[in-house]
Design a protein around this ligand. Structure first.
Ligand code: KIV
Length: 284
């Protein structure tokens, strides 16, 4: 059985310059495969809206969606640090609502911590949730819930003005008490500087070398077909494997190849008894 890692392990890993491996999962099977493979952390991202539920953005995702997927992931990966992602409008409205919803992730889905998007403007929410006893990971850079304001799913911090704003966001997240921060789709030069500026672990997705890497399972497994960001490395083409398998099934059913005698449960009493009983139905 794998030993579940926690915050002290992640801080030690940063000190020892050993990168944390982090992947999203949304269901029991992928969570169990990730745990079996030896992943350090799992994020049940609100990206589930796009890669599992078929929306074109993450904003429609509800607390109920997130909780139910977190519960499945927890069942699949009981010995892995699981991060619940707070969906749009579950923390923006007030500190009270943010604490209440963060608490639901802990109480109802047994996750280990929560993640929320934003820097300076959500710092008070981070402080409120941390003060309520829930560990928080911040998330800055390309923040999909506010992609409308950012001009779409675009890299951030590529010019001096926006990089300066992101440094302010990173500091605000740390000062508010987040134990680590995720930076998404920012230049590696900026990631390197944020790592120097902060004392907490800095994890990246599409942000170059960092204290740990996050990947969306559906991207790296080749399951999400709508688009593939430049920063994705695809390690398998599961969509192709699944499509080919379903095509083979269709062909074999049509051609009478499946099912064979290997795929049935034969009767457990003499066939004559069954034939007698069938006759009774036909000629009562
Ligand atoms: O929801 C998610 O998977 C995320 C990543 C895109 C960072 O927040």
């Amino acid at each position: 059985m794998v030993k579940k890692k926690g915050i002290t392990d992640f801080i030690r890993m940063k000190e020892e310059n050993r990168p944390v491996t982090w992947i999203t999962a949304y269901d029991y099977p992928v969570a169990s495969f990730a745990e079996r493979a030896g992943i350090d952390m799992i994020l049940v991202g609100d990206s589930l809206g796009m890669v599992v539920l078929g929306y074109d953005k993450t904003n429609p995702v509800t607390m109920e969606d997130c909780l139910s997927h977190c519960q499945a992931v927890r069942r699949g990966a009981p010995n892995t640090w699981v991060v619940g992602d707070m969906p749009f409008m579950s923390y923006q409205v007030s500190d009270e609502k943010a604490i209440y919803n963060a608490g639901r992730f802990i109480k109802e889905a047994d996750v280990d911590c929560i993640k929320l998007e934003g820097g300076v403007r959500v710092a008070p929410r981070i402080r409120a949730i941390v003060d309520a006893g829930v560990p928080v990971i911040g998330h800055i850079g390309l923040t999909p819930q506010s992609s409308g304001q950012l001009g779409g799913f675009k890299a951030q911090g590529r010019d001096v003005k926006s990089a300066r704003a992101l440094l302010g966001d990173a500091l605000a997240v740390q000062e508010a008490g987040a134990y680590s921060i995720l930076v998404e789709a920012i230049p590696p030069e900026l990631t390197a500087y944020i790592r120097k500026l902060l004392t907490i672990p800095v994890y990246g997705i599409g942000a170059g070398p960092a204290d740990g890497q996050l990947v969306i399972c559906s991207d790296m497994l080749g399951l999400f077909q709508a688009f593939t960001p430049k920063f994705v490395k695809q390690y398998a083409n599961v969509a192709e494997i699944e499509t080919e398998a379903i095509k083979s099934y269709i062909r074999e059913v049509k051609e009478g190849i499946f099912p064979t005698d290997d795929h049935v449960y034969h009767v457990s009493e003499p066939l004559e008894e069954f034939e007698k009983m069938f006759q009774e139905f036909i000629e009562p």
